[in-house]
Design a protein around this ligand. Structure first.
Ligand SMILES: Nc1ncnc2c1ncn2[C@@H]1O[C@H](COP(=O)(O)OP(=O)(O)O)[C@@H](O)[C@H]1O
Ligand SMILES: O=C(OP(=O)(O)O)[C@H](O)COP(=O)(O)O
Length: 404
């Protein structure tokens, strides 16, 4: 893999080490509902702490628009991190301002600080390289070295992932190397049949990977918010469901490409249609081709795959030797729409071969539905990142660490 590893940075005792983690955890009413990404960050952090480094952690949370927004604060994460590390974590209420500077200057050897959400600063996600470089330089001023360990963001060309790695001596942390060890097994001659299951709500982000994934897999199962752009591409009405109209032509192209390659793209045959988005909303199961034919008409929205689809998907998964799944099949956070996700998670636990679940919400979903990590071959902290890795794309956050 040829990534620069921690050892290449030499002794880090007494040095300020900036660590880019992906602490983008799901929150409900200010509380963390799944701390998997915090736990996954611990090995690298503990190594650095034990070595006597002064650890400065940076991360994003959610997608704020470049300005501070209290609902995306990392403050609850600082508290959880402190509990899991068993030591205080100083939380700075800004990212590159006076509070961050004070927090960093106050660190002794082996201490830890967490800076506020990187995405409260427009420079983090700016399309303008100069702006990103300028923001990265402000972060770099806090460190002697940089450790990149946020696997979930290695596909993003963002200041703390890419430009910061160029500004300081840099290396990959333990989470990134562990993730790549497993994902390599999926890219290098996976056992067949090989099935990829795609769902979730980051539709336009993830639709893009399909064209490159198709030649690599035997079946592609589509659920979650992905479904409706496919149904629309086939000419069906989807009511008020999640729909990316500007992707319809692309999806038509994928359907044609799959046919030429002899790969099955399997869509749900039935959908749970709700009157509104809410746990108490009236809902019923309809054929996927008749989403608007309910009492809710065009305002009905598809919030889960139906039982017939779950059974069909489970059958294909069970017959596969390699399965990668990213994206919940429905709005699993609301109990009436969790059944599809649960059925698919159950099917993955029964795979005779390698089963991998990837993505912040997918990992949160399997744990919320009472599965345990050891029932799967691997639970990856990155959904989009692992999908882009599997499609064979060169990821900026890995290339900058020496990945060939
Ligand atoms: N039919 C649907 N309509 C709207 N949102 C959906 C639907 N199905 C799943 N979702 C939502 O997708 C979200 C997760 O999507 P995503 O971020 O792409 O997954 P991951 O974090 O695993 O990569 C969940 O919050 C879930 O509620
Ligand atoms: O949650 C994440 O990705 P995922 O939903 O693909 O697993 C990462 O934290 C990246 O977040 P982003 O997709 O807002 O850049």
């Amino acid at each position: 893999m040829s990534l620069r590893t921690l050892e290449s940075l030499g002794s880090l005792a007494g040095k300020n080490v900036i660590v880019r983690c992906d602490l983008n955890v799901p929150l409900k009413d200010g509380s963390i509902t799944d701390d998997g990404r915090v736990r996954a960050s611990l090995p690298t952090l503990n190594t650095l702490i034990n070595e006597g480094a002064r650890v400065v952690i940076v991360s994003h949370l959610g997608r704020p628009d470049g300005t501070p927004d209290a609902k995306y604060s990392l403050a609850p994460v600082a508290q959880r991190l402190s509990e899991l590390l068993g030591k205080p974590v100083t939380f700075a209420h800004d990212t590159v301002g006076g509070a961050a500077r004070d927090a960093v200057e106050g660190l002794e050897d082996g201490d830890v600080a967490l800076l506020e959400n990187l995405r409260f600063n427009a420079g983090e996600t700016s399309k303008d390289e100069a702006e990103r470089t300028e923001f990265a330089a402000k972060l770099a001023a806090f460190g002697d070295a940089f450790v990149s360990d946020g696997f979930g963001v290695v596909h993003r060309k963002q200041a703390s992932v890419y430009e910061l790695a160029k500004a300081l001596p840099s290396a990959a942390g333990a989470l990134i190397t562990t993730e790549l060890d497993v994902l390599d097994r999926l890219t290098e001659s996976p056992e067949r049949p090989y099935t990829v299951v795609l769902g979730g709500s980051k539709v336009s982000d993830k639709l893009g990977v399909i064209g490159h994934l198709l030649p690599r897999v035997n079946s592609l199962l589509i659920g979650g918010g992905m479904v409706f752009t496919f149904l629309a591409a086939l000419g069906y009405k989807v009511g008020s469901s999640l729909l990316e109209t500007d992707q319809i032509e692309t999806v038509k192209g994928y359907l044609g490409q799959a046919e030429e390659l002899g790969v099955s793209i399997v869509l749900p045959s039935d959908i749970v249609v709700a009157a509104a988005f809410g746990a108490d909303a009236e809902h019923l199961v309809r054929p996927a081709t008749e989403i608007e034919e309910t009492p809710f008409g065009a305002s009905g929205l598809g919030l889960d795959i139906g039982p017939e689809s779950s059974a069909r998907f489970a059958e294909i998964i069970a017959a596969s030797r390699t399965v990668f799944w990213n994206g919940p099949m429905g709005v699993f956070e609301l109990a009436p729409f969790a059944a599809g996700t649960k059925a698919i998670a159950q099917a993955l636990t029964e795979v005779d071969g390698l089963s991998v679940v990837g993505g912040g919400d997918s990992a949160a979903a399997v744990r919320a539905l009472h599965f345990t990590d050891d029932q799967f071959g691997h639970i990856s902290t990155g959904g989009g990142a692992s999908l882009e890795f599997l499609e064979g794309k060169r990821l900026p956050g890995l290339e900058v660490l020496g990945w060939q």
